[in-house]
Ligand binder design. Structure first.
Ligand code: DQA
Length: 146
């Protein structure tokens, strides 16, 4: 069976390209999907890419991974929930699959409130500041660990 990677994107990432292009670049959300699918395909794996602005929906998707054992690894850009959500970090440990955290921007070079992540302590790897290319690297690593 091909390794299966679930790529999750949090709030406002659907607005990529429109949203603060000086910070996040001019690529669109569709470009993220393409980067992930290409990176997975190159490794004989499958990436399913999702985005939501609803934290309950995001947590439901993560619970489903635990219940259905449907994915071997999770790549997540939790967006603003990175800095706010204990609930999301708690959910991410439930499926017992490796979790890789992605940020398009270098959060450490930005406002102080972006320097703390609730997700990093439970992540197998973190990548920030590589633009949308970071998703490709994270998917590649997720396949290694799947
Ligand atoms: C982000 C960084 C977060 O601080 C921010 O809230 C986002 C996007 C990034 O990809 O650089 O929405 O996760």
């Amino acid at each position: 069976m091909s390794p299966r990677v679930l790529v999750l994107n949090g709030p406002n990432l659907n607005m990529l390209g429109v949203r603060q292009p000086e910070v996040y670049g001019r690529n669109s959300y569709a470009d993220i999907v393409a980067v992930c699918e290409r990176a997975a395909e190159a490794r004989g794996a499958v990436a399913e890419v999702r985005q939501t602005n609803d934290e309950a929906e995001m947590i439901g998707w993560i619970h489903a991974v635990a219940r259905e054992k449907s994915f071997d690894a999770i790549v997540i850009n939790p967006a603003a929930w990175t800095h706010t959500s204990v609930a999301l970090a708690d959910a991410l440990v439930i499926p017992e699959v490796p979790v890789f955290e992605v940020h398009i921007s270098n959060v450490h070079a930005r406002e102080a409130f972006r320097h703390h992540s609730y997700v990093s302590p439970i992540a197998a790897g973190v990548i920030a500041g590589f633009g949308i290319a970071g998703y490709g690297h994270a998917v590649d690593r997720a396949v290694d660990r799947a």
